[in-house]
Design a protein. Structure first.
Length: 455
């Protein structure tokens, strides 16, 4: 709900910073990879982040594990994605070098990885700086971004802009058409992740560990008895992903918050309050129903950001479809491969059903076999009506069902690297026109940097 009913017209000038070739808004995986890649190509690059940490869901949202990096035969998210992944694993002694799927995340380690990689690339970084407006001309060129921070309002200008906000804020505010949610506007539920410490690690590893008896996909999981008991009213479904992220410390991507719209500040504010309550109820329920591991556990941290799965999807030059996904389609301009399954979190009514019942239908018809993947074309990153803007991350142009797959961190890193290289090339050689670049040259540079792009 927007409580602002009147308007106010500013009548003053604001400072302008305009030495930039490329400006990226949003320091999640896509934005970080874009900044590193753009600076690596020699472009003067600025990364603007609204919070105080880079990494988005893997850090600020405390998502406790990476989605799979392999197609069960080989790693397919390579280049910068693989560099970030390997560096994040280095701080986890209980993770083996050969582990590539569902690898735990130490958020503090990952924060430092992003900090070091972004700053070492030569990109400049502005924390606690919020995109507050977009100025575009009639020819479809963004002229400047209006941002706010402790210096007040200021304007930032570049030749090319990359929207890595996850909500397509930059693109939407510049007038790009978009979709959001299903045909009724309903969005996938959010999750407020958290950490429990003082967990009995032996009991956790041997009884409840990820994929073990606690996970909601196990019909013997105590989460079903917790829900049926009614003693913890905010725990309404079996979503209970968890990973050992450090000594005696378990990260939880657990529980659902329905009706959360990440483009509505009031909705997000309510979700944060409810999410903290839900985390406490999950801790208390686990202490009661799983005392061997969680009887003396301590809720030490809830995420500073709500974990958002779905928001705006831009309309781009090409829309990635379910047919593309099902047919494992390749494209001449593809800039990444993706093999993650279509992971749609359902509404409250559907989520209350038994997991085994909900596993029928779409989920099984589109799961890939080992070695299979599909391409993501560069055109999905090109928002309609804008000449000098790219979108990378979960907001690319795709059908809603496909967004349930391409939204996760490994593929966002891969898309971000491609967007960064393309933006630098457009700024340096094509007056900022992101459609004028050579996609063959873009693919060649990605391959030189290690990307998996089979001919």
């Amino acid at each position: 709900m927007n409580t602002c009913t009147n308007t106010y017209t500013l009548s003053r000038s604001i400072p302008l910073s305009d030495p930039w070739d490329v400006i990226i808004v949003g320091g999640g995986p896509a934005g970080c990879a874009a900044a590193i890649a753009s600076a690596r190509e020699g472009a003067k690059t600025l990364l603007v982040e609204s919070s105080g940490v880079l990494g988005g869901c893997g850090t600020g949202s405390l998502v406790p594990a990476w989605c799979p990096f392999s197609d069960k035969e080989k790693i397919i998210y390579r280049g910068l994605a693989l560099k970030v992944f390997e560096a994040s694993k280095a701080g986890l002694p209980h993770v083996q070098p050969q582990d590539v799927d569902w690898v735990p995340i130490d958020a503090e380690q990952l924060k430092r990885v992003y900090d070091e990689m972004v700053t070492a690339s030569g990109a400049h970084l502005l924390f606690h700086t919020v995109l507050s407006g977009v100025d575009r001309d009639d020819q479809g060129r963004v002229q400047a971004l209006i941002v706010s921070n402790k210096n007040g309002l200021s304007a930032l200008r570049a030749s090319v802009y990359i929207d890595g906000t996850g909500d397509a804020d930059l693109a939407a505010w510049a007038g790009v058409p978009f979709q959001k949610g299903d045909s009724q506007g309903d969005l996938m539920p959010a999750t407020h992740c958290f950490l429990l410490t003082n967990v009995d690690e032996y009991a956790y590893r041997n009884i409840y560990g990820n994929g073990g008896r606690l996970h909601g996909n196990n019909p013997e999981s105590p989460i079903y008895r917790i829900v049926e008991s009614g003693k913890y009213p905010l725990i309404r479904d079996a979503h209970m992903c968890n990973n050992l992220v450090g000594p005696g410390t378990v990260g939880f991507n657990a529980g659902h918050l329905w009706g959360v719209d990440s483009t509505d500040p009031e909705s997000v504010s309510r979700a944060l309050v409810q999410g903290r309550k839900l985390a406490k109820q999950i801790r208390d329920a686990l202490a009661e129903y799983c005392p061997e591991a969680f009887g003396t556990s301590f809720l030490c941290n809830t995420a500073s950001l709500v974990g958002i799965r779905e928001s705006r999807r831009i309309e781009g030059d090409y829309t990635l479809t379910l047919d593309d996904y099902v047919n494992r389609r390749s494209f001449p301009d593809e800039i990444a491969r993706n093999c993650y399954f279509i992971d749609i979190h359902h509404n409250a009514e559907e989520s209350s059903k038994n997991v085994a019942e909900r596993s029928e239908g779409l989920d099984q018809t589109v799961r890939y076999k080992a070695g299979e993947s599909h391409g993501i074309p560069y055109r999905c990153l090109l928002p309609k009506g804008l000449q000098n803007v790219l979108v990378a991350g979960r907001s690319i142009s795709c059908e809603r069902v496909v967004q349930g797959s391409v939204r996760v961190m490994p593929v966002c890193l891969a898309m971000g690297e491609a967007a960064g290289i393309a933006a630098a090339h457009a700024a340096q050689s094509h007056h900022g026109d992101v459609r004028a670049i050579s996609t063959a040259q873009l693919r060649h540079r990605l391959q030189e940097e290690g990307a998996y792009l089979p001919e």
